[in-house]
Design a protein around this ligand. Structure first.
Ligand SMILES: Nc1nc2c(ncn2[C@@H]2O[C@H](COP(=O)(O)OP(=O)(O)OP(=O)(O)O)[C@@H](O)[C@H]2O)c(=O)[nH]1
Length: 283
């Protein structure tokens, strides 16, 4: 199922998050570590207002580690604490509680000073589709409560899930829309799997990705497709890859559809190693 973000759906999504905000002490804003700018909701600051937040750079296993550090520094400069995590493998899970306690220390100390009995931190996850919300909830819950899937938009139905003694998490994440108004953002969301590629032209997506690799990771591109130098234009590169990998039609003509599919598949399946599609200095 793909969420079609019409104005009505956006307003409903926003209302649902705003309602649940009252129930929690802290928001876990889940973003994709490979595209921390493009995978954020454009109105997130306005929606969550002054609610304390922890940014979780998920899928950090697929992102460039150095770039992820730069993104953490970027958020820190804005006064926002962030953590790099891998929900699929369960890496960074313990730090989430510790970081939340640190962020909320003053509030909880104040409550304690007023004689309020200590209680668990209440949290909720928000993020755009397919960023890993359900996977993270399952990891934190240590059992399969939330439904996960590889199709954007599967998260449904609210209960509190206990995360150790110190934290309680709403079992339903807040699903918010991505910044799809910009074509480049759309390309990045598609190449990382946040939106379905059926919504885009595969050739455009493959071309965008190859150009990106040429600029950001030229050695990896040359290595993977056995290039001694970078071809002059995209058509030459498509031809080279098609011939190298046998993406051919009758008569030995390069099948550009197959080349585009192959390139997209290889980027998504980590064949170029861990890649970050955005650097904080650009934002
Ligand atoms: N490599 C990697 N894959 C991840 C990670 N977290 C989630 N995934 C994968 O990303 C895909 C989407 O994860 P979900 O947990 O279904 O995402 P969601 O945000 O709940 O998605 P919606 O239901 O569409 O809102 C799944 O294939 C997960 O296995 C991670 O840290 N690393």
């Amino acid at each position: 199922m793909t969420i079609q973000w019409f104005p009505g759906h956006m307003a409903k999504a926003r209302r649902e998050v705003t309602e649940k905000l009252k129930l929690v002490d802290i928001i876990f804003e889940l973003v994709d570590a490979r595209i921390p700018y493009s995978s954020r909701n454009p109105m997130i600051d306005e929606i969550i207002q002054h609610k304390p937040r922890l940014v979780l750079l998920n899928k950090a296993d697929m992102a460039d580690k150095e770039m992820t550090k730069e993104w953490m520094a970027f958020f820190a400069e804005k006064g926002i604490k962030s953590l790099a995590i891998n929900s699929q493998a369960g890496e960074g899970m313990r730090q989430i509680t510790a970081a939340s306690q640190e962020i909320l220390k003053e509030k909880f100390d104040r409550l304690k000073a007023r004689g309020v009995k200590p209680r668990a931190i209440r949290a909720m996850i928000v993020g755009i589709p397919n960023v890993g919300k359900s996977t993270l909830i399952n990891r934190l819950a240590k059992k399969n409560i939330a439904k996960t899937g590889n199709t954007p938009g599967v998260t449904k139905s609210q209960q509190w899930i206990k995360v150790g003694k110190e934290m309680e998490l709403l079992d339903t994440p807040g699903i918010l829309w991505p910044k799809f108004e910009d074509q480049e953002v759309g390309m990045k969301l598609a190449i990382t799997g946040a939106i379905k590629d059926t919504l885009l032209n595969l050739h455009d997506l493959a071309l965008y990705s190859l150009k990106f690799l040429e600029r950001a990771y030229p050695e990896r591109l040359m290595d993977r497709y056995k290039l001694s130098e970078l071809p002059e234009d995209a058509a030459a590169l498509f031809d080279h890859i098609g011939k190298l990998r046998g993406c051919l039609m009758a008569g030995g003509v390069v099948d550009y559809d197959k080349v585009a599919e192959l390139v997209i598949r290889e980027i998504r399946s980590d064949k170029f190693g861990s890649i970050s599609f955005e650097k904080p200095s650009e934002y």
